[in-house]
Design a protein around this ligand. Structure first.
Ligand code: BGC
Length: 740
């Protein structure tokens, strides 16, 4: 009791003394009075399932368990739950109250959540398309709006730490987290990711509350050699620096406050135990100063999966020495006892612990948690509004890619539509995974306020014009009779096919080809000779090459979110003119998944001419209901030096009959490099909205250090003399770079 009293006096005194000084001084003073147990507790993050009554993510608090965790283990952070606004509000208010008023130091908790596509763990949250689809919009302003709404719907319940965005570059569609990425391009990932971070961490509407984003998963997670989740990646260091590092670098420039580590191993080392990756590369070379959190239970994985440590204690030593600040232990206390023992044995030093605790306290301080630890009733007024839903509709409309259209879309509203496929009357196929539940909630747990594609089509084309076929029956019994009967009544068949939601390792597959039952349904529809429109609801491009040839139109919808159905219907009807482009390459075959910016090979010289088809739909592909013409590309100079710039411009004209938005993609090609250079690299993108007949000139400023350089295997940037080619639309021009 006396100890507690003394501490409180000390802390109050320290706070008053240092309140007027810098933030770090305040947390320094707090650190100076903390016990070792309190420090290690701050470095430990537990799952809410350890303090709920039934051990699930549903938020009914087991107060006794919680008091025990906070008073005996001094836990400083929790994560993961799923419930309504009311329950979140009550739960977080209760636990913060104990943390703030019943512990000697009163340090508030920091609570983490995976709001990876909207406030997806709150029952009334607005669900946006997943990142892969948002990337297809090539629209940073849209990303900012999505981040803003996500923040506005997350902050009110005291969830101040969002484990988003994923900055892993999606280089293999086999990886089951492909849809969480911003696609296969480094520049797009860096631009979209940093736009999200800046907007999410700076939201005036929620003042004085503040939020932290988390750049994840550092690094090399997304290109596992065999495609499975959390399986080893082997990435040459030059490629790592050129392809995978830039989105993180850009995130650090954008001020991201925290970072999560890749669960897998890279080049033979588990990333969680790699001093080279977490200290030399991340802290020293890239200069990241924020909090490094592990991924879930990953110290355990060092023992069980990677086998680079025989015991968890040894693994803890590896991870702390590598540089982690907080362990997402979830439901184990081994980390706490192991760190204590390692300190007693002199294998870890208290200064290492202090450095991590200081970062964590500083984060809490920056987020204003000491002043505002509780949820806010007032902020709750801005959640679940029509305005937020409108952003979800806009996001879906701008993300859906029209891949093919042989004079069938838009459908006029006198057409009779037969709808079939696993996504035709399903909400979970629209919201996808990480929606109320990690794997995607069950159909009956989806919001009542959202429409399925069937409902949205009836809303758009009229009740009488839309027939729904019982596809489950067709698939289960292979009975085509009812489908063929329905097809006779229809003018067009719309098939919503794809992947039932999956997350992480649950989505591992051995074959990228869409499953046989769904392909058989497409074949059956095509055999009717009625025009077939495919709507792809999937988290990665599943191979459909044979069927795609016979379909009249194809839309890539991905998992388009809570307003996804209406967005699809609006595009089918022509109310919305599509403007999205693929942010990934759609493969032709299951075994041949190459990105657009592959390195040159004999393929180009001898085997097939360069014009041979390599993808079903290439990166950057996407159609509109109008057409655009590029002309008159100009360069302000034909030679540039290291300190100069070249202004490139091009005229884009809408030569169709309706208004539309073009996505201009500027690519650069380095003709000769001391290291082999990609066939082309995207350097800039811009959206241009044009009414029918209108034209605009857009420009791009080439800055040599930014757009002409590339890293060597140590990350040192090389800027070499030579000829470069700039391409946009069907225009291209060459110029020369000379150091002087
Ligand atoms: C995922 C992370 C996520 C974490 C917390 C892990 O399984 O890999 O991306 O942030 O769980 O939910």
């Amino acid at each position: 009791m006396f100890h507690k009293l003394l501490l409180s006096i000390l802390v109050c005194f320290s706070f008053q003394t240092f309140a007027a000084n810098k933030n770090t001084t305040r947390v320094d003073s707090l650190l100076s009075v903390m016990t070792l147990d309190e420090k290690i507790g701050q470095m430990t993050q537990m799952c809410f399932s350890t303090i709920t009554l039934d051990g699930s993510k549903t938020l009914d608090l087991n107060v006794d368990n919680f008091r025990q965790l906070i008073k005996q283990q001094h836990i400083g952070s929790f994560l993961s739950g799923s419930d309504s606004y009311a329950k979140w509000f009550e739960f977080i208010t209760a636990i913060q109250k104990v943390a703030v008023t019943e512990t000697p130091l009163g340090i508030p908790l920091i609570i983490g959540i995976d709001h990876v596509h909207g406030a997806n763990y709150i029952t009334e949250g607005t669900i946006f398309p997943h990142n892969l689809m948002l990337a297809c919009s090539f629209d940073k302003a849209l990303l900012e709006k999505v981040a803003n709404v996500t923040a506005i719907e997350t902050a009110p319940v005291g969830l101040s730490w969002n484990f988003a965005p994923v900055l892993d570059v999606g280089r293999t569609p086999y990886w089951p987290r492909f849809y969480e990425t911003f696609g296969e391009d480094t520049h797009v990932t860096a631009e979209m990711g940093s736009a999200f971070i800046k907007a999410y961490q700076n939201v005036p509407e929620i003042a004085p509350y503040k939020l932290a984003a988390c750049a994840k998963h550092f690094i090399g997670y997304s290109d596992p050699k065999h495609g499975y989740d959390r399986s080893p990646s082997e990435i040459p260091m030059q490629t790592l620096h050129e392809v995978f590092v830039p989105p993180f670098r850009k995130a650090f420039e954008a001020g991201v406050k925290t970072l999560m580590v890749n669960s897998g191993e890279l080049n033979g080392e588990p990333v969680h135990g790699s001093k080279f990756l977490l200290d030399t590369l991340l802290r020293q070379q890239l200069g990241f100063e924020g909090v490094i959190v592990t991924d879930i239970k990953d110290i355990e994985r060092i023992v069980k999966m990677h086998h680079t440590a025989a015991t968890e204690k040894e693994a803890t030593l590896q991870a702390v020495n590598a540089g982690i600040d907080m362990y997402m232990a979830c439901n184990s206390f081994a980390f706490i006892t192991d760190v204590k023992e390692l300190l007693a044995e002199g294998k870890l030093s208290i200064s290492q612990i202090d450095a991590s605790v200081l970062r964590i306290l500083k984060l809490k301080q920056e987020l204003g948690l000491f002043e505002n630890p509780y949820p806010s009733k007032q902020l709750l007024e801005a959640v679940n509004t029509q305005q937020n839903r409108n952003v979800a509709l806009e996001a879906a409309e701008k993300s859906i890619v029209l891949l093919k259209n042989e004079n069938i879309l838009p459908l006029d509203n006198s057409k009779k539509i037969l709808l079939a496929g696993i996504g035709a009357n399903s909400k979970r196929m629209l919201n996808g995974p990480w929606s109320y539940d990690w794997l995607g909630a069950k159909e009956d747990q989806q919001p009542k306020t959202m429409r399925t594609l069937f409902e949205a089509c009836k809303n758009t084309f009229g009740e009488k014009n839309v027939i729904l076929s019982n596809t489950e029956r067709i698939v289960a019994t292979k009975d085509s009779k009812s489908f063929l009967k329905d097809a006779r009544k229809a003018d067009v068949i719309v098939l919503a096919i794809g992947e039932q939601p999956y997350s992480e390792f649950m989505g591992n597959i051995n074959d990228l080809t869409l499953d046989a039952d769904q392909l058989a349904l497409v074949d059956m529809a095509i055999a009717t000779k009625k025009p077939v429109v495919l709507v792809l609801m999937e988290g990665r491009p599943r191979v459909i090459t044979k069927q795609a040839a016979d379909a009249k139109a194809i839309l890539f919808a991905g998992y388009p979110g809570i307003e996804g159905a209406q967005a699809i219907a609006n595009i089918l009807s022509g109310k919305t003119n599509p403007s999205a482009r693929l942010a990934f390459s759609y493969p032709l075959g299951a075994g041949h998944t190459i990105p657009y910016n592959y390195k040159p090979s004999e393929y180009n010289i001898y085997w097939k001419p360069d014009t041979a088809q390599k993808w079903l739909f290439p990166f950057g592909h996407g159609l509109s209901y109008t057409q655009f013409e590029y002309a008159d590309m100009q360069l302000s100079d034909s030679i540039v030096s290291a300190t100069g710039t070249i202004k490139a411009s091009v005229k884009i004209k809408n030569i169709g009959k309706i208004a539309g938005t073009e996505t201009a993609l500027w690519y650069m090609k380095d003709e000769v490099g001391s290291l082999s250079r990609p066939i082309k690299s995207l350097r800039h993108f811009e959206k241009v909205s044009l009414s029918a007949g209108e034209s605009k000139t857009i420009s791009f400023e080439i800055i040599p250090t930014e757009h002409l350089s590339f890293p060597d295997k140590n990350g040192k940037m090389l800027l070499e003399n030579g000829t470069f080619e700039l391409k946009v639309g069907n225009q291209n021009k060459k110029f020369v770079f000379k150091t002087q």
